[in-house]
Write a protein that binds this ligand. Structure first.
Ligand SMILES: [Zn+2]
Ligand SMILES: [Zn+2]
Length: 352
């Protein structure tokens, strides 16, 4: 009989079962990883509620994980049992039109580990050995589980490519907090984080924001950003909420010739009213970014190792694997919870 492990399986929308399933079998090109910590992401909620990847159920979600290698496929190089690794979750074909242009995120058969295939809310997960990145000792157990969110933010920052000393407004105080920290690290100023929760905005300040704006405390957030920038508008806006209204605001607070980095995922089919005039006579630009890929993992690990980014103010708590479903619901209800981790080996909750 196959060896078994504990896992949280999303059986159908709103149906998660803490159960035993077989430990994944690996091919020669894969490794088996004993999961140590896996962060909870908004997309885990979207899958749990059937809004995303519903055709993949039943499955085990969780893509923000790291762990120790438990088994190594024959073809794997430079990896051994016991190594601490994070995993580039992007699974690409390598040969389609987009892959061959170096745009793996646009791959025609693009999938992500833990989003479209079984992930880290289990005792074990398998991954292609080539996607593994060894973690340096400097990364503590929770920071190591924060590599994936940072890769997405790095990818966006690279697409945006902000100049030193340029102003950046970030709409959203979830991963927006991290966008603020990275903008600061790129020597942008002022870095303005806009959000709706005082505790989260305080965290944004701790992590590098020069100015925070609570949308409940101002009449007009666009006017406030214009006021801060002497009437000009900001050089860059990162939209990290994903609603029609916030995209429209982003466009309005942007200076002429400025650039929007689209990061917040709006629902498919949602539209926003933008004046085409502003693209031509205002020379406004937009770029988009959906995730990190490839060497963004190496870059994220480096930034964490040398303390360029210290995400710890964002960490709220860690829960045992058995409590995943409860934790998912708590995150929706309590705004003060920012990053929540799941640890298969944990017996009771840890608060940070
Ligand atoms: Zn995520
Ligand atoms: Zn491809």
């Amino acid at each position: 009989m196959a060896e078994m492990m504990k896992a949280q399986v999303v059986k159908a929308p709103y149906q998660m079962e803490y159960t035993e399933v077989p430990i994944p079998e690996i091919s020669d090109d894969e490794v088996l990883i004993k999961v140590k910590v896996c962060g909870i992401c908004g997309s885990d909620w979207s899958i749990y509620t059937g809004k995303y990847a519903a055709d993949k159920l039943p499955m085990i979600t969780g893509h923000e994980f790291w762990g120790e290698i438990a088994k190594v496929g024959k073809n794997a190089r430079n990896l051994k049992v016991g190594d601490r690794v994070a995993v580039d979750i992007c699974l690409t074909c390598g040969t389609c039109y987009f892959c061959r242009r170096g745009d793996g995120l646009l791959c025609e058969t693009f999938t992500q580990l833990g989003i479209h295939t079984n992930g880290g809310f289990a005792e074990y997960v398998k991954a292609p050995w080539k996607n593994c990145y060894k973690l340096p000792d400097e990364l503590d157990d929770y920071t190591a589980a924060f590599v994936e969110p940072l890769t997405a933010v790095i990818h966006a920052a690279q697409r945006m490519d902000a100049k030193i000393g340029s102003s950046v407004a970030i709409i959203g105080c979830g991963l927006g907090i991290l966008h603020g920290a990275l903008a600061k690290a790129r020597a942008c100023a002022p870095v303005i984080v806009i959000g709706d929760d005082p505790l989260r905005l305080e965290t944004a300040k701790k992590m590098g924001a020069d100015i925070t704006i609570n949308i409940h405390e101002v009449d007009d957030v666009v006017a406030e950003v214009k006021r801060i920038t002497g009437g000009v508008g900001v050089d860059y806006v990162i939209e990290a909420v994903g609603t029609t209204q916030t995209y429209e605001q982003a466009f309005k607070m942007l200076r002429r010739g400025g650039k929007i980095e689209a990061f917040g995922i709006a629902a498919q089919g949602d539209t926003a009213a933008l004046e085409p005039y502003e693209f031509v006579l205002g020379e406004k630009k937009v770029s988009g970014s959906c995730a990190g890929i490839g060497n963004n993992w190496g870059e994220a690990i480096t930034l964490l190792k040398y303390g360029i980014i210290d995400p710890r103010p964002m960490f709220s708590m860690a829960v045992p694997l058995a409590e995943l479903e409860t934790a998912l619901k708590e995150i929706r209800e309590k705004k003060n919870l920012v990053k929540v981790f799941v640890c298969p080996e944990l017996k009771e909750r840890v608060y940070f």
